[in-house]
Design a protein around this ligand. Structure first.
Ligand SMILES: Nc1ncnc2c1ncn2[C@@H]1O[C@H](COP(=O)(O)OP(=O)(O)OP(=O)(O)O)[C@@H](O)[C@H]1O
Length: 901
């Protein structure tokens, strides 16, 4: 494997200093102490990873790696001396390793963990250490390093001709997905949906920088690792006939590579038993959401301030991590099959109607742990006793879930099917219950794990141990009586074991059977043959019991692991039920309505934006009636609600195809094949020319790929270039969408003349948002800079916005009347390149100012002229196309200040 983590390399591109065999030890390599020599060897075996080398309670690193670890983890750098020299050393505490590992991953490293694989007592000489796990961003399995209810994929991309194979593995749960796409755009969309934490790219995959940016870590894979034969071999250990699962070489190679990489990170013990199913899916079987749409609709990430304000956040009322992960997957891949959508909607409806059953189910689900990850750990042999108990607690919750399901009255084939699939896996559950103590320790090798009554031999050993200890506990009293020494005491320490302690003044009364063990300052310690015998018995029994317990524990874990398939199936069913119940709960809480599907256009009654309505005090619902293939031009001032409206239509479509109810009084919808967006250039002004380029390439993909079944949102297309060009591009785009593409389109624009298209094209319509002035301002008050006294109704209406709405808003915001009037005159007649002086229409700022003072009466005409010239100059400088509402209002306030002065 050939790592190319960007951050691996330091400033001079030297990646090997921190990973791989330490430079600082190379010269001394033959003379190193055995332990450092072992460190050196393990580093050499895992060249791409930063090696953590267990030494008792610490994972040690040396040389450059130590310096890097100390820096990244903010740990103290110490030194290790050896006959060959002094080496920098930094140690990470084993007990608390996760937080440090997380920092190293964030810094772009893979981390190889070399653990002691023998007990120091058992080792003859140096303890052997082996790499048990390589932790990479895409293959993390440790709960502490993973978010709750998330998926964490490593994805592999290959290419055969135009076909790109994409495979993804979640190493924690064993989920494995594979697909292929026909072009670069399809690849981006797929990677956007997967949002992999790590991407493996074959040398032939020809993936460009944009796709690479989709993953935090990119790993260049050697060609051999992505070879078709190697892949077939890897796949053969998972499925009997790989060809039945994957289609074509691109998929085969991607899938093989992703699995092989996941195996490598899990210590290379061969196939991952908990990858029980490779799921092939066809991107065309789900609603296409490209990266621009996922981002601009803010499905998972909010681009603005409130990071939590996303659609997922609104929907995520799941009771357990399983449901959360399922819902996340559903939102990334809404359905396009009407029957499948209706099946989900039926289930959600049934759960919506029956509050009691729904809440009973949700209550039961709250006790459910992350069964998918637990099953993964059990199967990898990494589960501890507490994990088994969590698994049992989860299975314990199953009967209550089933009871709740049985109570649901309404008909739903999907719920019936879930009832069938949810299996309490009684045998595994009972086994854990019988075998594992209720509150076991984290360590599984030191006893206290297996319940009494589970194993006769173990019980006998524990009994011997107990009896021995009881005998010792009573020894003190017995010996005091026998010897008559009241201060005699019995104790125990690690070095000498049990002893009887007698202070010096009483030594003459010590019986003959006492043998001296240790001399202290004022006392002597003894043992008796019986104490020695008992001690050996206790220790022997305890040690054998611990070993036996560990053996039994492993057997129990292995028996549970044998049920991985069944446990995963229950996990999947519980996940689905939780996601459905969450959708039902949200539908009830937020007053959503069940959408219906038909072959016509989009018809929403009183729709709301699911996220904005939550964050807004009062949200104004709006209808949307969009006939198939219609192009609706949406006009209105800035901040009037155009973007919110367009997004809300798209979100309603997406929600409906997820199988969710929708924020509206009613919605009749077509099944949409793709949602395209070109939204939000105005927020991206800083990008300048490159923003325009991006805008145009997004537009290109829309115009090429949209179909009559697509929903297209365009916001301010053409804004990033000159007015004339922008207007031309906007117009041509609208015409093309209408004539050639036939997709249902919402097109927000500030180019007012575009509204004239409605007269020329049958399916072009105009919608607008109006603004109104709030209460009349008290005479003398200044306009609020944030536009408080301009009220937006946020209500959509038929027809184009008034052509001079910008001037209207300016008036409402308190722009001096002469400027407003001059603006109006310009809109009505003169071209934009003229100004007041050329036209002979004098912009006089004389007259009654906003503060009601009649300035003309001052007779200070010269000063007024000067101000006029200044203001005109300032106004001419302003590029309205690139001015945000707040900037405009600030400018106005500034202008007004000048006038006042
Ligand atoms: N229907 C509504 N009900 C209540 N508030 C709304 C509604 N629609 C939008 N808003 C509020 O108005 C603000 C501006 O809306 P939006 O961004 O959609 O305007 P816009 O016309 O697209 O503006 P711009 O042209 O600057 O992009 C939103 O942030 C939201 O808070």
């Amino acid at each position: 494997m050939n790592a190319d983590a960007d951050t691996d390399a330091d400033a001079d591109g030297n990646a090997s200093a921190v990973t791989g065999p330490p430079d600082g030890m190379v010269d001394a390599r033959d003379d190193l102490t055995p332990m450092l020599s072992q460190y050196f060897e393990r580093c050499a075996e895992y060249e791409d990873a930063l090696l953590l080398f267990q030494n008792g309670d610490f994972y040690q690193t040396y040389c450059d790696a130590a310096e890097e670890v100390a820096r990244v983890c903010e740990l103290t750098l110490t030194q290790r001396e050896d006959s060959t020299g002094t080496y920098p050393m930094a140690g990470i505490p084993v007990d608390n390793a996760a937080t440090y590992v997380e920092r190293l991953l964030d810094a772009g490293y893979r981390v190889a963990v070399a653990e002691q694989v023998e007990r120091p007592e058992a080792a003859s000489g140096l303890v052997d250490r082996a790499v048990t796990q390589v932790i990479t961003p895409g293959t993390v399995v440790d709960d502490e390093l993973l978010g709750t209810g998330t998926t964490n994929y490593v994805a592999a991309v290959t290419r055969e001709g135009e076909t790109r194979g994409v495979a993804a593995v979640d190493a924690a749960t064993g989920e494995c997905l594979v697909t292929s796409v026909g072009d670069e755009a399809g690849l981006y969309a797929e990677l956007d949906r997967l949002a992999p934490a790590e991407l493996l790219v074959g040398s032939d995959a020809a993936v460009d920088a944009a796709a690479l940016a989709a993953a935090p870590m990119v790993t260049d894979h050697e060609a051999a690792a992505m070879d078709a034969d190697a892949a077939t071999e890897t796949l053969s250990s998972y499925v009997a006939r790989p060809d039945a699962v994957v289609a074509g070489d691109a998929e085969r190679r991607a899938c093989g590579a992703a699995l092989a990489y996941a195996e490598w990170t899990q210590g290379d013990d061969g196939p991952l038993e908990y990858v029980t199913r490779i799921r092939r899916h066809d991107p065309r079987e789900s609603l296409g959401l490209d990266s621009a749409a996922i981002r601009s609709l803010e499905l998972f990430e909010n681009r603005g301030a409130g990071a939590s304000e996303t659609l997922f956040d609104v929907l995520d009322d799941t009771a357990c991590a399983l449901g959360r992960r399922k819902l996340d997957g559903w939102l990334r891949r809404p359905l396009v099959d009407r029957d499948a959508i209706e099946a989900r909607l039926d289930a959600v409806a049934a759960l919506t109607d029956d509050a009691l059953a729904r809440e009973a189910i949700r209550d039961a689900l709250r006790a459910v742990y992350d069964l998918e990850r637990l099953a993964g750990r059990v199967s990898r042999g990494r589960a501890d006793a507490r994990d088994l108990r969590s698994l049992q607690a989860t299975l314990d919750a199953v009967p209550a879930v089933l009871d709740g399901l049985a109570d649901v009255d309404a008909e739903s084939a999907r719920l019936d099917e879930l009832r069938e699939r949810i299996d309490p896996v009684d045998d595994a559950r009972d086994l854990i219950e019988r075998a594992i103590r209720p509150d076991p320790p984290v360590e599984v090798t030191e006893g206290g794990v297996i319940r009494e009554g589970f194993d006769d031999e173990l019980d006998r050993l524990r009994e011997t141990e107990r009896e021995g200890r009881a005998w010792v506990a009573e020894l003190e009293a017995r010996e005091r009586e026998r010897t008559g020494i009241d201060s005699l005491s019995v104790g125990h320490n690690q070095v000498h074991g049990y002893y009887i302690e007698v202070t010096d003044p009483n030594l003459d009364r010590v019986p003959d059977d006492y043998t001296r063990r240790q001399t202290l300052k004022n006392a002597e310690r003894f043992y008796t043959p019986e104490l020695k015998r008992r001690e050996d018995e206790i220790l022997g029994a305890a040690e054998r019991a611990d070993t036996l317990e560990y053996e039994r524990f492993r057997e129990v874990r292995a028996s549970v692991a044998a049920e991985t398939d069944r446990i995963q199936a229950v996990a999947d069913a519980l996940a689905e039920l939780d996601a459905l119940a969450a959708l039902a709960a949200v539908a009830v809480d937020r007053n959503y309505a069940r959408p219906t599907f038909h072959d016509g256009g989009i018809d929403v009654e009183a729709g709301r934006h699911p996220v904005v309505e939550v964050t807004q005090d009062r949200f104004v619902p709006n209808d949307a009636e969009l006939p198939p293939g219609s192009v609706s031009l949406v006009t209105g001032p800035n901040m009037s609600g155009k973007s919110t409206y367009m997004r809300q239509v798209a979100l309603i479509a997406v929600l409906a195809q997820v199988g969710s109810f929708v924020p509206a009084d009613a919605a009749r919808l077509p099944v949409v094949d793709r949602v395209f967006t070109r939204v939000g250039a105005s927020d991206d002004i800083a990008g300048g020319q490159s923003t325009f380029m991006r805008e145009m390439s997004e537009l290109t993909s829309i115009l090429h790929e949209a179909t009559p079944d697509s929903l297209v949102l365009l916001d301010e297309v053409g804004r990033g270039t000159s007015t004339a060009d922008g207007r031309a591009i906007a117009r041509a785009t609208a015409e093309f969408l209408h004539d050639e593409v036939g997709a249902t389109t919402l097109f927000a624009t500030h180019y007012h003349d575009l509204t004239g298209l409605a007269e020329e094209y049958a399916r072009v319509r105009n919608l607008h948002f109006a603004a109104e002035r709030a209460e009349p301002r008290a005479a003398g008050s200044r306009p609020a800079a944030d536009g408080d006294d301009v009220t937006f109704l946020h209500r959509v209406a038929e027809g184009p916005a008034s052509s001079s709405y910008g001037v209207e808003v300016a008036r409402m915001a308190g722009v001096p009347a002469p400027v407003v009037e001059r603006s109006r005159a310009l809109v009505d007649g003169a071209g934009p390149e003229t100004n007041g002086h050329d036209e002979g229409v004098q912009v006089t700022l004389s007259g009654v100012g906003p503060d009601g003072v009649d300035r003309a009466a001052d007779g200070d005409a010269d000063a007024d002229d000067e101000v006029d010239a200044d203001l005109v100059a300032i106004l001419r400088e302003v590029d309205l196309a690139r001015t945000t509402p707040i900037e405009a209002l600030n400018l106005l306030a500034d202008l007004q200040d000048r006038v006042d002065e």
